[in-house]
Every structure is written in structure tokens, then in C-alpha cells.
Design a protein. Structure first.
Length: 206
């Protein structure tokens, strides 16, 4: 407990302006809280100096977002975000969104192609996904993982340019081969951005 307590104290200082959920999201995605680490609600509440209620609520959200795994006895384990896992997240996002794009009318495609912000694009497209479970998956990726990468990478990974290519491909009638190719590149660039963020964090700590 002592080790986890000290780690969380440092994270509270680093992310002092965020909520419990935001602190934990940032810490896990950045690699400050490493995969496989096991923590309890009590440890988190004590180290973050909050009651157990916001901790419990945060851990429920984190589990749905794929960032933690619930264990017996109020323990949780931090998800191991290795390179393969990260690539699968953004690849699956691209596959689901490409399938949704394929069903859109010319009018909806035009509206979608006019979204300048990536977050607006994904939120708009998510509404057109028919399967609720897929919408929930996309919500986690495009509201948590994607904004984290955009915020921490800026355009260092050429993300805006690759996204621009995807927007340009949304012309009716669709060339689905081109759409899937654009998504493949977009997914790889996003994955690479998150992987580099986490490697920098590991390098600094070592």
C-alpha cells in the first residue's frame, strides 16, 4: 500500500486541477500508472484526499472505458496498454466508423465532411452507428483516448493532415477502398501518437 500511496500522492500533485476520474484517466493513458498495478478504493480515496464515492464512480467509468479491470475485494487492476492493444483500439474504431460511413446519404456525408474538429466529426458519425454496443465503444475511444492523443501530441504526428485526407475522401458516391485506406493510416497515426506519449513517460521515469 505504501508504494501505491506515494505514487498517487505524486499524481495528485501532477494533475491537481482535475477530478478523480480525470486524474486517473491521464495517469493511466500517459503510463504514470502502469499496467498490471493493483489498487483499492480505499488507497485511492486516502491518497487523493477524497471520499470513496467519487473514487467508486470513477472506477466504474474507467472499467467501461477499458482502462481498469475489476477484481474481487474492491481491488482493481490497471489495464496493460501495450502497443498491440493500443493499435487494436484505433483499428477497431476505424473499422466501425467506415462501416457507418458506407450507409450514409450524400447529404449526411456532406455534413460530416464539413466538420473541422476531429472530436465533432466522431461525435456526429457516432450518432449514425446502429448498434448501441458499438456506439458505447466509440464513445469511450473518441471521448477519452482520442482527445488525450490530440491534446498531448498537437500536430507533431501529422494527425491533422491525415484527418484532412479522410475528410476529402467523403465524396458521394463513396470509394470504400479509399475510405478504408484513409482510416488505416489515420488509425496508425493515432496509435503511434499514444505509443510515443507513453514511451516518453517511461523514459522520463527511468
Amino acid at each position: 500500500m505504501d508504494t501505491i500511496f506515494l505514487i498517487m500522492l505524486e499524481l495528485r500533485k501532477k494533475y491537481k486541477s482535475g477530478s478523480v476520474l480525470e486524474i486517473l484517466q491521464e495517469a493511466i493513458l500517459s503510463g504514470d500508472l502502469q499496467g498490471g498495478t493493483i489498487i483499492t478504493q480505499t488507497e485511492l480515496a486516502m491518497s487523493l484526499e477524497v471520499s470513496r464515492m467519487p473514487v467508486r464512480e470513477a472506477l466504474i467509468s474507467l472499467e467501461y472505458q477499458g482502462l481498469t479491470e475489476r477484481l474481487p475485494g474492491q481491488h482493481v487492476r490497471i489495464t496493460t496498454l501495450n502497443d498491440e492493444y493500443i493499435r487494436s483500439i484505433f483499428t477497431d474504431m476505424g473499422i466501425i466508423e467506415a462501416e457507418a460511413v458506407k450507409e450514409l446519404s450524400a447529404e449526411k456525408l456532406m455534413s460530416l465532411s464539413m466538420c473541422e474538429r476531429q472530436t465533432d466529426f466522431h461525435r456526429t458519425l457516432r450518432r449514425y452507428v446502429a448498434v448501441p454496443l458499438r456506439r458505447k465503444f466509440l464513445e469511450a475511444i473518441t471521448e477519452i483516448y482520442l482527445p488525450f492523443v490530440l491534446r498531448r501530441c498537437g500536430n507533431a504526428a501529422n494527425i491533422d493532415a491525415v484527418f484532412g485526407n479522410l475528410l476529402s475522401a467523403l465524396k458521394y458516391p463513396l470509394d470504400m477502398g479509399m475510405i478504408r485506406s484513409c482510416y488505416a493510416v489515420y488509425s496508425e497515426v493515432l496509435s503511434g501518437g499514444l505509443i510515443r506519449i507513453r514511451r516518453r513517460s517511461t523514459h522520463v521515469k527511468s
